[in-house]
Each structure stands twice: as C-alpha cells, then as structure tokens.
Ligand binder design. Structure first.
Ligand code: ZN
Length: 97
C-alpha cells in the first residue's frame, strides 16, 4: 500500500493493496482520532465530540507514519501524534470493508 498527503485538497489519500483508493479529509480524520485523549477510554469521555471546533493548525496533516503492519499515525501541525488509526478502522471509514 501507499499513501500521500495532498495539501491543496486538505486530504489524505491511501492506495490499498487491493488497488482501491480512499481519501480522508483532514478535519474528519482529526475528529475521528482514536487516542485516549480525544476519544476517551473507559469512564473518561474524551475531549473531542461532534461539536468540537478545531483550528486550522489542528486539522493540518504534517506527516503520516506506519505503525507496525496494522496502522498509521498522523502527525498534525499542532504536534498531536498519539492517534493510531488501524487499517481496519480506515478501511471501514471508507466503506471498503
Ligand atoms: Zn487524539
């Protein structure tokens, strides 16, 4: 698989091994951050919900790193980089699985 950050469109494009291509707009991608701080864990509700307002910096994708063979971690322009987006989550979000 391969991926690219497309700043002009503020989107993140992934080409999967099966040839399918998915695009993820930066803001919804940031909003879906699965880390404990953003989405919560156990009894802790998390800091991000559908009403959360993000700054442009928070929704600007700087870099994306592979996490083992199961996921990706985006680094956002505000330095937030604790979300691990599993391939399963990303494929499901794109309606591929
Ligand atoms: Zn997060």
């Amino acid at each position: 698989m391969g991926w690219e950050i497309v700043p002009d469109e503020r989107t993140f494009r992934v080409r999967w091994d099966d040839g399918k291509v998915a695009e993820y707009d930066w803001e919804p991608l940031r909003r879906a951050c699965p880390c404990a701080y953003c989405s919560g864990e156990g009894a802790f509700a998390g800091n991000v919900n559908p009403d959360t307002k993000f700054s442009e910096t928070q929704t600007t994708l700087k870099e994306v790193y592979a996490v083992g063979r199961y996921g990706l971690t985006p680094e956002w322009a505000d330095g937030h980089d604790t979300g691990i987006y599993t391939f399963k989550l990303l494929r499901r979000a794109a309606g591929l699985d």
